[in-house]
Design a protein around this ligand. Sequence first.
Ligand SMILES: [Zn+2]
Length: 232
Amino acid sequence: MRKTLRITRLLLTLGVAVMVVLEVWDRVGPRLEELPASAVTPKPLDAAFLRLTPRETAALPLATRFDMPLGSEHGALTYNARGFRIDRHLGDDLNGIGGENSDLGDPVYAAGAGRVVYAGVPSESWGRMILIAHRLPEGDELGPVVQTVYAHLASIDVRTGQAVLRGDVIGTVGNAGSAPLAHLHFEVRIGPYVNPGQGYADTPMNRVSPEKFVLARRGAEAAALNPAPQKD
Ligand SMILES: [Zn+2]
């Protein structure tokens, strides 16, 4: 009998000791970090599997010609500070000829007729970005669909789903995140995959040189264009 009592007392003491240790651990022990916001906040657009259906592609406005998205419609009064595939860069960096931030807030034009398929901020380094999908005329070597990309914008003046005409103002030049001086990052991507987030890469992926693309589809005789500004 006394033995049973002693064992019971021992077990009770042990139980209390364990509870005290757990209580103390709970108060002063290490804590699980709270989940970072990015782990629990769904992103506004999961672009990984987003692609225009053949039906959506067929319904895109037909882009019969393209112009430069900054400066005059032929790109006069601008220069390309960093061209396609220089330093793994997959677009053109277009600037006003005033240099520095003189082009901050300048209008950005739709390079061709099309439909806005993305307008938002995919990341801090891209800043505000617009993607416009264009249906190319039958027989175009890049067809049937390309997308033009406009990034680091100060403002976005269009909405996803909106149809635009060549030359429509879609936003203004900005200097978001990785763009310390204002410029327009302009890309041409081939195909129906809508993915705003892709950045620098060693291969061209689905990109082509924007300057060459526009030049080949400008639709105006070279002689009909105003000459580019010349240095003295
Ligand atoms: Zn760029």
